[in-house]
Each structure stands twice: as C-alpha cells, then as structure tokens.
Design a protein around this ligand. Structure first.
Ligand SMILES: [Zn+2]
Length: 102
C-alpha cells in the first residue's frame, strides 16, 4: 500500500477512485470522516487515496494528474452574476447565494 493522493473532499476521492478502478488500479480511501465519541464533534480529515499494489503507484499518479487537468480545463471558474462570488467550475449553482449559473 502506498499513499497516492490527498483529496479535497469525499466527492473528489470517489470520482478519482472510480477513474482509477476503470483503469484496473486497485485503490482504497482512508482518512475519511472519523466519528468521535457520542456527543463530541466529529474530526474531519481529508480523504486520502492509497494504491493497494505499489507497482501501480506511478501509473496511478499519472492518471490522477490527467484527470485533474481535464476537469480543470473542462470547467473553468465562473463568476456569479448576482453576488459576484467566484465559483469553481463544475458547479452549476453559486454556493454563496444559490443562484444558477447564467
Ligand atoms: Zn451568488
């Protein structure tokens, strides 16, 4: 097992996992949400992708780089017409005021 990539959130981790698995690379997500004892706040960590087979590491990194580059190109950031917030591409709704992208 080898640490491959620290993801921004659970959704990204899941998308990368699906992408890698479609290339027959076995990966697992660790460091996910850790639930504290009852009544305590949950500690949230960034999910981390690990390759199960060390030999897949180089190929895995390559695929992640490609995937991230593609997703950035496919979805350039946009500015909300209503509140002026800069929204990360890929979102169709402003996270700040919930206006749809125009
Ligand atoms: Zn907005």
């Amino acid at each position: 097992m080898r640490k491959l990539y620290e993801c921004r959130d659970r959704l990204q981790a899941q998308m990368l996992l699906d992408d890698l698995e479609s290339h027959h690379i076995e990966v697992v997500i660790l460091g996910d949400y850790l639930t504290g004892a009852a009544g305590e706040l949950s500690a949230i960590q960034f999910p981390v992708l690990w390759v199960v087979q060390d030999d897949d590491y180089t190929r895995g990194r390559q695929l992640i780089d490609e995937y991230l580059t593609e997703s950035i190109q496919a979805s350039a950031a946009w500015q909300c017409a209503r509140c002026g917030e800069l929204i990360e591409g890929g979102f169709e709704i402003c996270w700040n005021c919930l206006s749809p992208r125009e």
